[in-house]
Design a protein around this ligand. Sequence first.
Ligand code: EPU
Length: 426
Amino acid sequence: MEKLIVEGGKPLAGTVRISGAKNAALPLMAATLLTSGKHILRNVPDLRDTRTFIKLLEDLGVQCERKGDTVTFDSTHIRHSEASYTLVKTMRASVLVLGPLLARTGKAKVSLPGGCAIGARPINFHIMGLERLGVTCLLEGGYVDAEINTPMQGNVIYFDIPSVTGTENMLMASVLAQGTTVLKNAAREPEIGNLVDMLIGMGANIEGRDSDKLTIHGVDKLVPADCAIIPDRIEAGTYLIAIAATRGHGTVTHCNPAHLPSLLEKLRQTGLVVTEDVSTITVETPDTIKSPFSLDSVDIKTMPYPGYPTDLQAQFMALMALSSDTSVINETIFENRFMHVAELQRLGADIRTDGHTAVINGKGLKGLSGAPVMATDLRASSSLVIAGLAASGRTEISRIYHLERGYENLVEKLTGLGARVWKERE
Ligand code: EPU
């Protein structure tokens, strides 16, 4: 196993290019199961999760070939309709094959993902939605065994809570169903807009893109896709926070600032200067003549898009540990997403949690010092990298395979910004 060494205390500076979004690439890859032929996806990040998803598709019979950041998927032959526990347990997003496999083959057997480090994460909305379309779902032996006897029939589906992958599964299940499906209280994350665009490009008839009501008029057939993955807003946000935490001056490029409304506002509230262009965002410390710069503390509450993303909560907490006062972070999406707190405390952060709330007593921009810490999940790990970059001395982060799930070329990109960071064998 490898660990990440971070020699902190150096302001990041320069530019960093953002990759395609992991959470858009996964559903778009799943959608290639919908119809026979050769699909092309561009700007596909090369990550542990996208590689696992390609393995899953290959196991189902899809021939996948990567050239640079373009991947072709020949889904002419589907061998079987089962996503095994071995694959699903390494990546919960495997559940995304449920909708398209049902639409294409009329059956799908997918292992139940089970809980993960950040919460229980049930898939009851996915199952309820499919049942509303006429699918029979049996839960047996740790699997959901889904089948249709007659073609899926459009219906009205309502989600109690907007679910990202739930919305994506319903879109993929209903595009080829008979009649009209209306999905109410749908999630509105930009990654869903990316999937809607891909499906429309394949011949689907969908109204309500970017809204919480999606209307899907079933069509008889689809054609193969040629579609680009949108930039990763969470990766962009992570680098912006890292630059901010080190009092640096840097620009993220090839991103979409419109996809980060809440983070950019929150960064501005800390007193940092944030400027945006069509596809770049720059963050820098203001010139202060009166007194040295200090970060103002800012509260956040995670919410479905366009609210503050839960996937940037841990990173913002690392930033707030460096602020000049007290801030409150409320996590409303996942019940166990404060795993990074104990590790940030090892770096000197002053944080208390009570249920879904964390109170951070900022210790100032020089308030953290390096220590050995352990990565627990993807975004928690990136908050430790940020804290390590801002801390004085050396931070060693073990279990970095979590980071490799979602950040393409992390070490190279950080080094390009001037960070002193490298991998070592444990
Ligand atoms: N929920 C249910 N039942 C369901 C589905 C969801 O109760 O059937 C609840 C969840 O427990 C949670 C809330 O609804 O409280 C929202 O969960 P959602 O279904 O939206 O999460 P997800 O689709 O499993 C995606 C991302 C996550 C991201 C969340 C929230 C992908 C592949 N994953 O997960 O990304 O945190 O949406 O935005 O798109 C990450 O990238 O690190 C990551 C965890």
